[in-house]
Design a binder for this molecule. Structure first.
Ligand SMILES: Nc1ncnc2c1ncn2[C@@H]1O[C@H](COP(=O)(O)OP(=O)(O)OP(=O)(O)O)[C@@H](O)[C@H]1O
Length: 237
């Protein structure tokens, strides 16, 4: 049997004596979407940053498409697109310049830049300075950056934060399209409805520890309407 696209085993993070993320296993196949849910400070961003290779785990291993960050960072990085929860753009940079910069780093041509700008509805804002963009527009630009290279794995930190209802629906639709094409996604969210709409599996975290994990359909069978709210409440008890 082929190995899963993403295999993290016993991945953990501690800084000094504080354990930010207790050892956690994450396994994800192509075409699967995993949502990380949990309260503030639960460890969602830390997990995403470790998977993205931005933060070095204190223990455990991570393999992505057969590559290990520790032994081949360049190949590992090519397998993923990362959307941070926030990003400080250089002052004066336009949306087009920002995307062209990221595209150049990955050897991607201008046609693809135009395509992703259209995908996120920012083609008319190409020459607009990112500094003048709303939170939702910046989020859409960061989403465009993450999908530029069409990597096998997308890691997204609170991707729908700041999106209006139209773009929230559009995000679910876009992610569904990527999923159908075989891309895998791990994203964090406080918006349980988004997780319900798009995720196959949900991991609930409390204070750096995985306290529950299940597939959305099973939660629906157990809890009925608004299954993730009920499941989260049950996990907290
Ligand atoms: N650089 C750091 N040094 C020390 N502690 C950190 C550092 N970064 C994060 N933490 C701590 O790690 C824990 C997990 O933080 P993290 O940002 O991963 O949580 P989160 O689930 O993404 O939270 P939120 O929903 O508020 O974004 C928190 O207790 C946070 O204070």
């Amino acid at each position: 049997m082929a190995e899963s696209l993403l295999v993290a085993e016993g991945m953990t993070k501690a800084i000094k004596k504080q354990v930010l993320v207790e050892p956690i296993d994450v396994r994800l196949d192509r075409g699967q979407v995993l949502a990380l849910c949990g309260g503030n400070g639960a460890g969602k961003s830390t997990i995403l940053r470790m998977l993205a290779g931005i933060l070095r785990p204190s223990g455990g291993s991570v393999r992505l498409n057969g590559w290990e960050w520790a032994s081949n960072r360049a190949e590992y990085a090519k397998q993923l697109g990362y959307m941070p929860d926030d990003y400080s753009f250089s002052p004066g940079l336009t949306a087009g310049e920002a995307l062209n910069f990221w595209a150049a780093l990955r050897g991607i041509g201008k046609l693809r830049v135009q395509e992703v700008l259209e995908t996120v509805g920012l083609e008319h804002k190409r020459s607009g300075r990112v500094q003048t963009f709303s939170k939702g527009m910046r989020q859409r630009l960061l989403f465009a950056q993450a999908i530029l290279a069409e990597p096998p794995l997308l890691l997204m930190d609170e991707p729908t934060n700041g999106l209006d209802p139209y773009w929230m629906d559009e995000f679910v639709r876009l992610l569904d399209g990527l999923k159908q094409k075989g891309h895998a996604v791990v994203f964090s969210t406080h918006q349980l409805q988004v997780a319900e709409d798009i995720a196959d599996r949900v991991v609930f975290l409390i204070e750096g520890r995985k306290c529950a994990e299940g597939d959305v359909e099973s939660y629906r069978t157990i809890h009925g309407e608004h299954p993730l709210h009920a499941a989260f409440k049950a996990a907290l008890e």
